[in-house]
Design a binder for this molecule. Structure first.
Ligand SMILES: C[S@@+](CC[C@H](N)C(=O)[O-])C[C@H]1O[C@@H](n2cnc3c(N)ncnc32)[C@H](O)[C@@H]1O
Length: 256
């Protein structure tokens, strides 16, 4: 399902081609898997077998070193107890977060859009939702969202940016901000530079570096340094957990 197919610009297509995303028409991404996903994340998202393996709350919790629930709760709190209006989650995630978000959105009479570039991920999400959930799903590239400017009250990016090559993560953030209404709330949950003493620096990051080739920036730099143009001067609030390894960046909402 495509909600609005009118947005595309030439510079963007060139950038995306350079980053390995195959050409699409009018924001539609069906069938086009970016090179970085196919090469580096086939085992996590792309193959149906991957979905069957990873759609286990305990396993995703293990990947996040026991912090899935904590991060999910922080995301929901940052979005507000009962997010009203239109909410957008850019890219699916395993586990129960989207279902919890959908429940909260439903209780306020709002709606949730979830986009992902892989149909297999959206199908997996649909299996987890209840009949009549106020959730629309669309196959779409985060770097080329087929939505009008300023069309969402809330936007969520949950552990997507660190998986993308630099040019694509910049464009994803630009798009996330473009579709957010002025005064709306945007929440980014992702890795952050852990404390100097943190054992994960020696025990886990060397291993994760092999699996997540674009993530190492996030363990060295602040997101405002990684995405200076997108995050500059916009009143972001940062909170961290687990010795700084995970961060929530929030703009807008009740705290701002
Ligand atoms: C949000 S990220 C990581 C989530 C986290 N590991 C978890 O499952 O909780 C993974 C999702 O991003 C999607 N994705 C990656 N690149 C994308 C892009 N350019 N546009 C839309 N979705 C994308 C993948 O298909 C996958 O479903």
């Amino acid at each position: 399902m495509i909600l609005d197919d009118g947005w595309m610009d030439r510079d963007l297509s060139e950038r995306r081609a350079a980053a390995g995303v195959q050409p699409q028409k009018g924001g539609q991404a069906e069938g086009a898997v970016p090179d970085y996903l196919e090469q580096h994340y086939w085992w996590a998202y792309v193959r149906p077998g991957a979905v069957r393996l990873w759609e286990r709350q305990w396993l995703i919790n293990l990947v996040l070193l026991g912090n899935y629930r904590r991060l999910g709760a922080a995301v929901l709190e940052a979005l507000g107890a009962f997010p009203a209006g239109r909410c957008l989650q850019i890219a699916c995630c395993y586990g129960g977060l989207t279902v919890d978000l959908a429940r909260r959105v439903a209780s306020s009479g709002g709606s949730l859009d979830v986009i992902d570039i892989l149909p297999v991920q959206l199908e997996n999400l649909q299996r987890k939702l209840w009949h009549g959930a106020p959730v629309r799903t669309a196959v779409m590239d985060s770097t080329d969202l087929g939505f009008d400017d300023a069309s969402f009250d809330q936007v969520l990016l949950f552990f997507l940016l660190h998986e993308q090559p630099p040019a694509m993560r910049e464009q994803t953030m630009r798009e996330a901000l473009r579709v957010l209404k002025p005064g709306g709330t945007i929440v980014v949950a992702d890795y952050a530079p852990p404390a100097k003493w943190h054992p994960v620096r020696f025990l886990i990051l060397p291993f994760l570096r092999l699996l997540e080739p674009f993530a190492s920036d996030f363990w060295r730099l602040e997101l405002a340094q990684i995405l200076p143009l997108q995050l500059d001067g916009r009143g972001w609030r940062k909170s961290t957990c687990f010795g700084g390894l995970y961060q929530l960046l929030v703009r807008g909402g009740s705290g701002g």
